[in-house]
Design a protein. Structure first.
Length: 163
Protein backbone atom coordinates (compact mmCIF):
# COMPACT_ATOMS: atom_id res chain seq x y z
CA UNK A 1 0.00 0.00 0.00
CA UNK A 2 2.84 2.39 0.77
CA UNK A 3 4.32 1.96 -2.69
CA UNK A 4 0.90 2.46 -4.28
CA UNK A 5 0.32 5.64 -2.26
CA UNK A 6 3.75 6.96 -3.15
CA UNK A 7 3.16 6.42 -6.88
CA UNK A 8 -0.27 8.07 -6.64
CA UNK A 9 1.15 11.06 -4.74
CA UNK A 10 3.94 11.51 -7.27
CA UNK A 11 1.45 11.32 -10.14
CA UNK A 12 -0.68 14.03 -8.55
CA UNK A 13 2.39 16.09 -7.70
CA UNK A 14 3.41 16.28 -11.37
CA UNK A 15 0.22 18.21 -12.14
CA UNK A 16 0.70 20.58 -9.23
CA UNK A 17 4.37 21.19 -10.06
CA UNK A 18 3.37 22.19 -13.59
CA UNK A 19 0.73 24.55 -12.22
CA UNK A 20 3.11 26.24 -9.81
CA UNK A 21 5.79 26.50 -12.51
CA UNK A 22 3.22 28.11 -14.80
CA UNK A 23 2.39 30.64 -12.11
CA UNK A 24 6.04 31.41 -11.42
CA UNK A 25 6.91 32.10 -15.04
CA UNK A 26 3.72 33.78 -16.23
CA UNK A 27 2.18 37.10 -15.38
CA UNK A 28 -1.54 36.65 -14.86
CA UNK A 29 -3.72 39.67 -15.54
CA UNK A 30 -5.92 38.81 -12.59
CA UNK A 31 -5.85 36.69 -9.49
CA UNK A 32 -9.25 35.34 -10.54
CA UNK A 33 -7.63 33.53 -13.48
CA UNK A 34 -4.98 32.09 -11.16
CA UNK A 35 -7.62 30.91 -8.68
CA UNK A 36 -9.50 29.17 -11.47
CA UNK A 37 -6.34 27.48 -12.72
CA UNK A 38 -5.44 26.43 -9.19
CA UNK A 39 -8.88 24.89 -8.55
CA UNK A 40 -8.75 23.02 -11.84
CA UNK A 41 -5.22 21.81 -11.11
CA UNK A 42 -6.21 20.48 -7.69
CA UNK A 43 -9.19 18.71 -9.27
CA UNK A 44 -6.97 17.02 -11.84
CA UNK A 45 -4.33 16.22 -9.21
CA UNK A 46 -7.03 14.62 -7.03
CA UNK A 47 -8.30 12.63 -10.00
CA UNK A 48 -4.73 11.55 -10.84
CA UNK A 49 -4.16 10.46 -7.23
CA UNK A 50 -7.37 8.46 -6.96
CA UNK A 51 -7.23 6.79 -10.38
CA UNK A 52 -3.55 5.90 -9.78
CA UNK A 53 -4.46 4.24 -6.48
CA UNK A 54 -7.11 2.21 -8.32
CA UNK A 55 -4.74 1.32 -11.15
CA UNK A 56 -1.93 0.20 -8.85
CA UNK A 57 -4.26 -1.93 -6.72
CA UNK A 58 -5.84 -3.58 -9.78
CA UNK A 59 -2.36 -4.20 -11.19
CA UNK A 60 -1.38 -5.85 -7.88
CA UNK A 61 -4.45 -8.10 -8.14
CA UNK A 62 -3.51 -8.97 -11.72
CA UNK A 63 0.05 -9.85 -10.69
CA UNK A 64 -0.98 -11.88 -7.62
CA UNK A 65 0.33 -15.29 -8.79
CA UNK A 66 3.78 -13.94 -9.66
CA UNK A 67 3.98 -11.71 -6.59
CA UNK A 68 3.04 -14.63 -4.35
CA UNK A 69 5.72 -16.82 -5.94
CA UNK A 70 8.34 -14.19 -5.07
CA UNK A 71 6.97 -13.53 -1.56
CA UNK A 72 6.07 -9.90 -2.33
CA UNK A 73 4.01 -7.97 0.20
CA UNK A 74 1.33 -6.43 -2.01
CA UNK A 75 -2.12 -5.46 -0.81
CA UNK A 76 -3.94 -8.54 -2.20
CA UNK A 77 -1.36 -10.83 -0.58
CA UNK A 78 -1.30 -9.11 2.81
CA UNK A 79 -4.97 -8.09 3.09
CA UNK A 80 -6.50 -10.77 0.89
CA UNK A 81 -8.16 -10.45 -2.49
CA UNK A 82 -11.60 -9.55 -1.13
CA UNK A 83 -10.28 -6.71 1.03
CA UNK A 84 -8.28 -5.39 -1.93
CA UNK A 85 -11.44 -5.43 -4.06
CA UNK A 86 -13.34 -3.51 -1.39
CA UNK A 87 -10.49 -0.99 -1.20
CA UNK A 88 -10.65 -0.43 -4.98
CA UNK A 89 -14.46 -0.29 -4.96
CA UNK A 90 -14.46 2.43 -2.30
CA UNK A 91 -12.04 4.55 -4.35
CA UNK A 92 -14.13 3.98 -7.48
CA UNK A 93 -17.27 5.16 -5.67
CA UNK A 94 -15.42 8.27 -4.46
CA UNK A 95 -14.20 9.05 -7.99
CA UNK A 96 -17.64 8.46 -9.50
CA UNK A 97 -19.29 10.67 -6.88
CA UNK A 98 -16.75 13.48 -7.33
CA UNK A 99 -16.96 13.46 -11.12
CA UNK A 100 -20.74 13.12 -10.96
CA UNK A 101 -20.93 16.23 -8.78
CA UNK A 102 -18.68 18.15 -11.12
CA UNK A 103 -20.71 16.91 -14.08
CA UNK A 104 -23.85 18.41 -12.52
CA UNK A 105 -22.00 21.72 -12.17
CA UNK A 106 -20.78 21.55 -15.78
CA UNK A 107 -24.31 20.87 -17.04
CA UNK A 108 -25.60 23.89 -15.13
CA UNK A 109 -23.01 25.99 -16.95
CA UNK A 110 -24.34 24.66 -20.24
CA UNK A 111 -21.11 22.94 -21.24
CA UNK A 112 -22.89 20.06 -22.96
CA UNK A 113 -19.95 18.73 -25.03
CA UNK A 114 -17.77 18.48 -21.89
CA UNK A 115 -20.61 16.84 -19.96
CA UNK A 116 -21.31 14.29 -22.69
CA UNK A 117 -17.61 13.52 -23.10
CA UNK A 118 -17.17 13.03 -19.34
CA UNK A 119 -20.25 10.85 -19.07
CA UNK A 120 -19.37 8.57 -21.98
CA UNK A 121 -15.60 8.29 -21.61
CA UNK A 122 -15.09 8.60 -17.86
CA UNK A 123 -18.20 7.92 -15.78
CA UNK A 124 -19.63 4.99 -17.76
CA UNK A 125 -16.26 3.18 -17.93
CA UNK A 126 -15.76 3.74 -14.20
CA UNK A 127 -19.19 2.19 -13.62
CA UNK A 128 -18.20 -0.75 -15.82
CA UNK A 129 -15.01 -1.24 -13.80
CA UNK A 130 -16.96 -1.12 -10.54
CA UNK A 131 -19.54 -3.61 -11.83
CA UNK A 132 -16.90 -6.06 -13.09
CA UNK A 133 -14.51 -5.81 -10.13
CA UNK A 134 -16.27 -8.20 -7.74
CA UNK A 135 -16.69 -11.13 -10.18
CA UNK A 136 -13.09 -10.82 -11.43
CA UNK A 137 -10.99 -13.84 -10.51
CA UNK A 138 -8.34 -14.54 -13.12
CA UNK A 139 -5.33 -12.46 -14.16
CA UNK A 140 -7.09 -11.97 -17.51
CA UNK A 141 -10.13 -10.48 -15.74
CA UNK A 142 -7.90 -8.07 -13.86
CA UNK A 143 -5.99 -7.25 -17.04
CA UNK A 144 -9.27 -6.16 -18.69
CA UNK A 145 -10.04 -4.00 -15.66
CA UNK A 146 -6.53 -2.56 -15.69
CA UNK A 147 -6.83 -1.73 -19.40
CA UNK A 148 -10.12 0.05 -18.78
CA UNK A 149 -8.55 2.03 -15.92
CA UNK A 150 -5.78 3.09 -18.33
CA UNK A 151 -8.47 4.17 -20.80
CA UNK A 152 -10.12 6.27 -18.09
CA UNK A 153 -6.74 7.81 -17.22
CA UNK A 154 -6.24 8.77 -20.87
CA UNK A 155 -9.74 10.18 -21.33
CA UNK A 156 -9.42 12.04 -18.03
CA UNK A 157 -6.26 13.71 -19.28
CA UNK A 158 -7.87 14.48 -22.63
CA UNK A 159 -10.80 16.13 -20.84
CA UNK A 160 -8.43 19.03 -20.19
CA UNK A 161 -9.16 20.08 -23.77
CA UNK A 162 -12.68 21.04 -22.64
CA UNK A 163 -11.62 23.02 -19.60
Amino acid sequence: LIGNLLIALLTAWVILVLTFAEYRFQIYPSTQLWKGLLKLSFFYAGFAFMISIVREAVKDMEDLPGDAAYNCTTMPIVWGMQAAKVFVAVWLVVIIAAIGGILIYVIQLGWWPAALYSLVTILLPLGWILRNLQPAKTPEDFHRLSSMVKFVMLTGILSMLFF
